[in-house]
Design a binder for this molecule. Sequence first.
Ligand code: PGA
Length: 239
Amino acid sequence: VPDEEALGKAASRIIAEQVQAQPDSVLALPTGRTPLRVYRELATLDQRGELDLHRVRFFHLDEFYPMATESPTSFQAFLWREFLSQVSIDRANVYFLNGLADDPAAECRRYEEQIAAVGGLDLVVLGIGVNGHIAFNEPGSPFDSRTRLVTLCPESRAASAYLFPSAEEVPRQGLTMGIGTIMEGHRILLIAVGERKARAVSESLGDSLTPALPASFLRQHPDLTVILDQEAASLLKRV
Ligand code: PGA
């Protein structure tokens, strides 16, 4: 698509169609700058009465660890601020990873159980990191990884620094759905904007499947849609 605005419209249309076809859809949603336009478009559809999100179940892809839920720098706070508070939903349908869980492994198991209990993820919306990460699955993450505690790469911490008063305050760890968890979603929608994503996009979509680029695994998914703006697509090889 030509630009970020068109990406917002195209991605929100896919999400809206999913919800219209299945009003109790289970969505997995990302934090970050990329989905902001998508969330704004969805909020507009909701406010116009063209979308009913009341029965939709929302799961968050990842969270910093440690991170207090109520902190404005949590991913949970971000998603409420930028999206969930702007639309009409049932709060009981919102599922988050607790970034202050005493036992992160148990918290991750609980999250997997919640995903299973609602029948799995219908649509997983993903951004991509400059290093090819998806959610907080950093390079080297196994294909069959589940929701777990991970150590963040310097690139990912730097990319999140804008959320914090200073770069040193970005947590060193995170809780994230695993690649295996994501790949079990029925549909995947990957979105990327800007030149800084061009290399990760072209290598993940064009070169070999490798744990060094977690997003490359998505090509094995039977129902993957990728939406890129011109800049993010600029290094894709033509076939
Ligand atoms: P961004 O983050 O949308 O802020 O670029 C994407 C990601 O790291 O997954």
